[in-house]
Design a protein around this ligand. Sequence first.
Ligand code: FAD
Length: 466
Amino acid sequence: MADYEAIKKELEGIAIEDNPALVKQKSRDFYWYSPILKGELENVTGDLIVSPTSEEEVIRTLKVAFSHGVPVTARGTGTGNYGQAMPLSGGIVLSLAGMNKVKEIHPGRVITEPGVICSDLDKQTRAHSGQELRFHPSTNQTATIGGFVAGGSGGVGSIHWGGLRDLGNIIRLRVVTMEAEPRVLELTGRDLQKVSHAYGTNGIITEVEMPLAPAYDWVDVLVGHDDFMDSVRFADALAHENGILIKELAPISAPVPHLYFTRHKPWIREGQSVTVVVVAPFAMDAFEAFCRTAKAEIVFRSDKVESMKGIPHAYELAWNHTTLRALKVDPNFTYLQVQYASPNHVEKVGKMVEMFGDEVLGHLEFIRFNGEIQCAGLPLVRFTTKERLEEIMRLHEENGCPIFNPHRYTLEEGGMKQTDQVQLAFKKETDPMGLLNPGKMIAWENPDFDFKSGQNYLFPGLEALG
Ligand code: FAD
């Protein structure tokens, strides 16, 4: 057991919390979306929460932790879904939420501390010069930008811009290493991919530079269909329209919208599947014309309701908010993360809908992926047993629909981030003692780990990228 009294003394002047109940609370994330992770991680807790407010305090904390051999797990606001921010080996939970100053705003880019909440960042860039993040997670109002970069993948805006995996969607990161004398690294270009979606296993991000896009007063729209596959075909056709500017496009199968989108329920008929669309205000005429031709029914639009008071943003019906809304009403749901690759993504969705019926309810996010339109799926699964869940995943994979397994807490098994010798060498350089978020990178824990599993990864290995 580390000498936490000595550590506290050495960290004097930096905010520290050691009340076990509060420490436990800040040692969690949204791991409980998975009944598997819920069982595995329920008792995980750190020993101390340390909340630096500057890069200098981060450096001091890492130095002290290193000298005591104490693990450090970074935390934004703990909205991740895979136990990413949960300290499997205890130790210090480094809360970055207090490092929330937006430093500079320029045409097309912003430089900020990592702890700013995404929507607060947007508020400031909008007020400054009518700009906003290219895309944000649906946890816009609660998640930090640093947590998004280190633990997220994409979100609202990915229909236009792709995801964090794409070159150009992060400009620069400042990262502090975990060594006897922590160093500050500035990463750009391909090097960014060492740290993005790496769960803070190879450095603490202290500054983020992100690209911006023009901000609009986006209009929230719900389009209804009686058959989910009609929603999917509608969304696919809309995604392929060249000129209609949209920020979000997500078909969601009945009965989810009517049963679980409680605030929007008055506008949604029982049995109706709904496509969530977020449209630029100047594109609404074109969008309406498109809907008329497609014989699609607009059931809700935020610019026509009397008051939006109490009605959430449409993006809070999408991404993992769809899962959240269903879980709130029926805790027996869980979810999957599926890739339906183009060009025959619609056909693949149809096959899965037919195969699983009511047991797996369709929820798709149309995104730009490698320059093409395809869909990522976050279908809702009526959970029965672990074995059946695994069978459902296997059947998806056997039918050409790769799974990014949200029921695993390691980078590799989650299937998003491919580790390889380059990634491993970077970790050896930045965290030689393996003290950053231990237990999350199998390649580090198991020297015999086979990198070439043939698995499909969202964030590909660095060797292949050159
Ligand atoms: P945390 O959960 O606190 O941390 C995430 C990871 O980053 C952890 O591994 C942590 O150790 C690491 N980390 C945090 N800060 C730093 C830092 N400064 N330096 C190094 N490592 C750090 N994700 C998406 O990508 N898109 C979505 O649309 C989306 N929707 C969601 C909807 C719901 C309802 C929920 C519950 C989750 C959703 N997520 C989504 C997952 C999550 O909300 C996002 O990835 C979010 O951006 C994480 O931010 P956070 O501040 O909560 O990070």
